[in-house]
Design a protein around this ligand. Structure first.
Ligand SMILES: C[S@@+](CC[C@H](N)C(=O)[O-])C[C@H]1O[C@@H](n2cnc3c(N)ncnc32)[C@H](O)[C@@H]1O
Length: 270
């Protein structure tokens, strides 16, 4: 885990997100779909909203694409700056609800991505609408928006309580165990309990909890997302994975949305 100080307003401080994900494996798996969307986009440029530690931005920047990451977590942006310093993208601290203002003079983009469960952090319909309208504002006409979140609709329908455990290399021969438990909550919400444990095979007590959080998430469904996307000027298609496969309620791991920003007049955002 990171040694950075805990900041109560930053859910991700002291979470070494970069280390919890097998980035190379993940990006290699997602790359064909990401690049196919870039090929369809009106311009080869990408804004990653909720970019976390910036690995997707670095991936796109590595293919000579203008790539910018935006995140409201200071600790995530701090970590992402490693990529900026290596010449791989640009990172901006700011809220997705006001992306245009946060990005300053940055021209609009051909593709916006919003991956890894960023959307469920938005609690209410007006927040969702504000973020979608804000994404509309930073895209070129005909630009594409890719959203990926867990298939919460399926999780709630099947009573699933946990995601697969991830094991990652730690320091000095130890391993990091990334555990994610979930409990259904009221009003289409879900309590999410991410935790990390350190596994030290030589210790008397080999497992030690090094981080645990309680995060309330909104389990957005297709029935809620579809009208919000339409009202903010997007035509959306739903998929079940980051390869463009079909969405199957009880089986799909993810809910993936590919939405096109309409070319016509911009709707008056609520
Ligand atoms: C679980 S991480 C996902 C990171 C990365 N996109 C991925 O695919 O792994 C969710 C990210 O969304 C960011 N986030 C949540 N709400 C946000 C908002 N309103 N504006 C900007 N970033 C936000 C969090 O700070 C966090 O870095």
């Amino acid at each position: 885990m990171s040694n950075a100080p805990h900041r109560p307003d930053d859910q991700y401080s002291r979470v070494n997100y970069r280390r919890l994900i097998a980035w190379e494996t993940r990006i290699t798996r997602e790359a064909p779909f990401l690049l196919s969307l870039l090929d369809r986009a009106p311009e080869r440029s990408v804004i990653d909203v909720g970019c976390g530690t910036g690995e997707h931005v670095a991936f796109f920047a590595g293919t000579d694409v203008r790539a910018v990451g935006l995140d409201r977590s200071a600790s995530m942006i701090e970590a992402a700056r490693d990529h900026e310093e290596a010449g791989k993208g640009r990172f901006v601290l700011g809220d997705a609800m006001a992306a245009r203002a946060a990005l300053g003079n940055e021209p609009p983009f051909g593709l916006a991505i919003c991956l890894g469960n960023m959307l469920p952090h938005l609690a209410e319909e007006p927040d969702l609408t504000r973020v979608l309208a804000s994404l509309h504002d930073v895209l070129l006409p005909g630009g594409l928006l890719l959203i990926q979140l867990l298939n919460y609709e399926g999780i709630l329908a099947t009573g699933k309580r946990y995601l697969p455990v991830n094991l990652r290399p730690g320091d000095d021969g130890k391993e990091i165990v990334f555990l994610r438990l979930m409990s259904p909550a009221e009003d289409g919400r879900l309590l999410f309990f991410p935790a990390t444990l350190e596994l030290d095979p030589d210790a008397e007590e080999p497992l030690r909890v090094t981080m645990s959080r309680r995060v309330e998430l909104r389990a957005w469904t297709r029935a809620q997302l579809a009208p919000a996307l339409a009202a903010t000027g997007f035509d959306a298609v739903f998929h079940g994975d980051m390869g463009g496969g079909a969405f199957v309620l009880e089986d799909s791991a993810d809910l993936v949305v590919v939405a096109t920003r309409r070319k016509g007049p911009v709707p008056a955002h609520p």
